[in-house]
Design a protein around this ligand. Structure first.
Ligand SMILES: [Zn+2]
Length: 83
């Protein structure tokens, strides 16, 4: 599954790289690059406090997609490596 970050339209065609509406580069959602907060906590064992500190200090970016908060897996991994 791929999703357009601009209009949030979903595409099931994995070969498609750009949104047919606006030409934005599609994001691969099946690879789970963007984790929900719940997934971040269960997969990385990160506490709420640590997430909030990361956001407050600008070390961790959490984006809002629709009604969900998402954090990029790569961002979280980098943040968790710094202590
Ligand atoms: Zn689009």
């Amino acid at each position: 599954m791929r999703r357009c970050p601009t209009c949030n339209r979903n595409y099931t065609d994995e070969a498609l790289l750009f949104c047919l509406n606006d030409g934005a580069t599609l994001v691969d959602t099946s690879a789970k690059q963007a984790l929900s907060i719940r997934e971040a906590r269960s997969q990385f064992g990160v506490s709420w406090g640590r997430l909030i500190i990361g956001v407050a200090t600008g070390k961790l970016k959490i984006r809002r997609i629709g009604r969900d908060w998402r954090v990029k897996r790569a961002d979280l991994e980098a943040y968790m490596r710094k202590r």
